[in-house]
Structures are given as structure tokens and as C-alpha cells.
Design a binder for this molecule. Structure first.
Ligand code: G3P
Length: 217
């Protein structure tokens, strides 16, 4: 499973990259605003800065909601850097835009997906990635992980190549469960990745090994 980090914070992106297990980055307008990155040109520059830190795909979201606007924005984003994947919302015009980009060889990430039907449409339109938001479903008493399983089943039934990018991952158990279900990618905060490291028996065992080494020397 690929690991993406879901942030626009350059320090966290560097930290995840340094760990050696990072496959890409996802951002959205809220994550950009959280870092104080506002204004068209600043946002574009920030995408390039992110691409220069990581080796993998970097999702950059369009703001337009009409087809012509999405196409104009998406083409400009794709021109920015070869690692950019154009993030398009799951709305009617978005489906048309994904089809357009797919025909032109521009890679896309269909975002704000909350149902298997939406994921099916995204795959039919030729999305490179589909982003079901599992944490936000959990927030409203609906099983987000169950959606990942439904989409996996549908995509496997027909051999769709669209990659399932589990988004709105909030914690380490989400990461593990996504891996068990067979999500192609997960995107979450750095803490959700670092949580995989932790086990008290590792810490206790290491302390004992180091203590015993010192005794013998
Ligand atoms: O990847 C989608 C993400 O940015 C949304 O996460 O935690 O705001 O639901 P969250």
C-alpha cells in the first residue's frame, strides 16, 4: 500500500520523506489555508515546493465548479510539475472534467467521494485515484472502512485501474484496516504513519539489549 501524507506543512512532509516510506502528498484548500498559504500564485509556488521535497504524486485541487474553469485550472496545475495529479470534486462537471483529463493523459484524483456509486462513476470516467473520505463518514456514524471494501469489490469485479486512495484517514488503525482491505493508497497525518512504529515491547526489549551489552563491555 502506498503512503501519502495529507498536509501542506513542509516540515511534516520533509519528516515523512526522511523516514523513507513516503509515496506522495495530498492537499486541499483547507490544508493550504491552515498553513497560511493563500492567493493563486502562492498556492502554485507551494505545490512546486512540495514536489521538490517528495518523489511521488502530489494532488493539487481545482477550485472551479464549472467544466471550462476546471479544465483551465487543471491544465495549468498539470503544467506546473510532472508529479502533479489534478484533484477534481465528485460533481457532475467534475466527472466530465475527469473524462477530459483522462483522454488527454492528465492524471486525476477524484475527491469528496462518500459512496460506492460515486467511486464507480469516477472509475468509468478514468480517474487515476478515487478518494473516499473515511474519517468524515465515521464522524456521522457511517462505517468509512466499509466503503473502502465496497469499492475494492466493485473495482476488482471489473478490473478498473483507478487506485483507491483512502482519504480522511485520522489514525493508525485506519491505516492498518485499509491495508487489510486492500486499499491501494492511504493518505493521513504524519501521526497515523508514525503510530505504526510504536510497541512497548520493542522499547522494553531494546532497553534490555543495550543494558546487557553494557554489562559485557
Ligand atoms: O484527505 C482528505 C482530507 O484532507 C480530509 O480529512 O480529516 O478533514 O476529514 P479530514
Amino acid at each position: 500500500m502506498k503512503f501519502f501524507i495529507d498536509t501542506a506543512n513542509l516540515d511534516q512532509i520533509r519528516e515523512a520523506q526522511d523516514l523513507g516510506v513516503l509515496d506522495g502528498v495530498t492537499t486541499n484548500p483547507s490544508l493550504m489555508a491552515k498553513e497560511g498559504i493563500t492567493g493563486g500564485n502562492n498556492i502554485l509556488k507551494h505545490y512546486v515546493d512540495i514536489c521538490n521535497i517528495v518523489d511521488g504524486d502530489v494532488s493539487a485541487e481545482v477550485i472551479s465548479t464549472d467544466l471550462a474553469g476546471m479544465i483551465k485550472e487543471g491544465e495549468a496545475l498539470a503544467e506546473l510539475h510532472k508529479q502533479i495529479v489534478v484533484k477534481v470534486p465528485m460533481i457532475k462537471e467534475g466527472v466530465k472534467a475527469i473524462k477530459y483529463f483522462s483522454d488527454k493523459g492528465i492524471r486525476t484524483n477524484c475527491t469528496l467521494v462518500f459512496s460506492a456509486g460515486q467511486a464507480l462513476l469516477a472509475a468509468k470516467a478514468g480517474a487515476t485515484y478515487v478518494s473516499p473520505f473515511i474519517g468524515r463518514l465515521d464522524d456521522i456514524s457511517t462505517d468509512g472502512l466499509n466503503l473502502i471494501g465496497e469499492i475494492r469489490l466493485i473495482y476488482d469485479n471489473y478490473g478498473y485501474e483507478t487506485q483507491i486512495l483512502a482519504a480522511s484517514v485520522r489514525h493508525t488503525m485506519h491505516v492498518l484496516e485499509c491495508a487489510k482491505i486492500g486499499s491501494d493508497v492511504m493518505t493521513g497525518p504524519l501521526s497515523s504513519i508514525e503510530g505504526l512504529l510504536k510497541h512497548p515491547l520493542t522499547d522494553i526489549g531494546l532497553a534490555k539489549f543495550l543494558e546487557d551489552y553494557k554489562k559485557g563491555n
